[in-house]
Design a protein around this ligand. Structure first.
Ligand code: NDP
Length: 333
């Protein structure tokens, strides 16, 4: 088997040298365990935080050990009657082609119930749940709201915008980092307006796209985006603080937002959240989003990179905006 280990900790932007591909004998499953042949694995922005040796809501990756993260694969050996050979499972041991884990730690899924197997790592997985919980529970979205989402062409952002439209938003605006992504948001995903945040200050472009202000901001980016959103939010506006990817590779403190005091007079509600603490919403999420998917009302864009050895490059590409939709790595057929 092959696995990818953390070889060194980055300072600022990570590079390929921070990762190491290692070959090992394929392990045998013990009592109550299964051996899984991984087919897809996920790379996610939160993994950048885990490369640092700092205390956070998830522990740092240990140096010299395999990284981990969401994966999907097929059981090829089993010492657990509940998870037989041939079952397709979602689990937490990505960054390797074969994984041994306790059967209790895997979730058996029906591969026929989604358009692609990898959708279980994106729209129908943690990504989709993040969008659902962040928009509906944290930002308390209401029909008729004008919604702004940053990182809109990415995995979470593309789902946020689509759910807002399906739930009756008055207007949905997205920001992304290229003209191609801006076109995709409006033409393919049904956003009412979108802009490239690299073209001009976010504050100006957001004001032009939302002349009557916004009611909800779903923040994937932080910094200048958050400052612009605070400026455009209407009275009693709501913000889901989901991520701050503009900060993850910075070594100094962010300059923005400088206008947080506006939140007082506007009586804004800004609330952070971690999706892992909202698993109880999974049944409603699967029912509603799964229904939209079956009806062809929601799409699950993804960028697929081939081969485990290319996972570090895919992760670095995610940080640079090379993905549209969910970034996944195909490890085997
Ligand atoms: P994405 O698929 O959105 O990929 C990351 C995207 O971030 C890139 O494609 C890039 O797109 C954009 N980006 C990179 N640098 C910048 C920058 N400086 N300014 C603006 N955009 C930038 O990732 P996810 O959908 O998986 O994650 C989105 C956010 O949600 C992240 O901040 C992540 O940490 C957070 N998250 C939080 C969770 C929670 O529980 N709170 C759970 C899951 C994700 P572009 O080309 O547009 O620049």
């Amino acid at each position: 088997m092959q696995e990818i280990r953390l070889a060194s900790r980055p300072s600022g932007w990570p590079t390929a040298d921070n990762f190491e591909l290692v070959e090992l004998p394929t392990p045998e499953p013990g009592e109550g365990q299964v051996l899984i042949r991984n087919q897809f694995m996920s790379v996610d922005p939160y993994m950048r935080g885990r490369m640092n040796d700092v205390k956070s809501y998830v522990p740092p990756f240990p140096l010299g050990a395999a990284l981990d993260g969401g994966a999907i694969g097929q059981v090829v050996a089993s010492h657990s009657p509940g998870v037989p050979v041939g079952a397709t499972v979602v689990h937490g041991l990505g960054w390797r082609d074969f994984a041994v884990t306790d059967a209790a730690k895997v979730r058996v899924i029906d591969p026929a119930a989604a358009p692609t197997l990898s959708a279980y790592l994106g729209l129908l997985g943690m990504t989709g749940l993040t969008a659902y919980v962040g928009l509906l529970d944290i930002a308390q979205f209401r029909e008729g709201d004008t919604v702004f989402v940053s990182g809109a062409a990415g995995a979470v952002g593309s789902v946020v915008g689509q759910i807002a439209k399906l739930r009756g938003a008055k207007r949905v605006i997205g920001s992304a980092g290229s003209a191609g992504k801006v076109g995709h948001l409006v033409d393919d995903l049904g956003f009412d307006a979108a802009f490239n945040y690299k073209d001009a200050p976010v504050r100006e472009q957001l004001r032009a796209a939302a002349p009557d202000g916004i009611d909800v901001y779903f923040d994937n980016v932080g910094g200048e985006h958050l400052e612009a959103a605070i400026g455009s939010l209407n009275k009693f506006g709501r913000v889901a603080l989901c991520g701050a990817i503009s900060q993850y590779n910075e070594t100094s403190a962010p300059a923005a937002p400088r206008n947080l005091a506006l939140a007082i007079g506007k009586e804004l509600n800004l609330r952070g959240f971690i999706v892992g603490n909202h698993g109880k919403r999974m049944p409603e999420f699967v029912e509603e989003v799964g229904g939209w998917l079956r009806a062809g009302q929601i799409s699950a864009p993804e960028t697929v990179v081939d081969g485990l050895a290319n996972a570090p490059e895919a992760f670095l590409g995610l940080m640079r905006g090379e993905n549209t939709g969910k970034m996944v790595i195909k490890i085997s057929e």
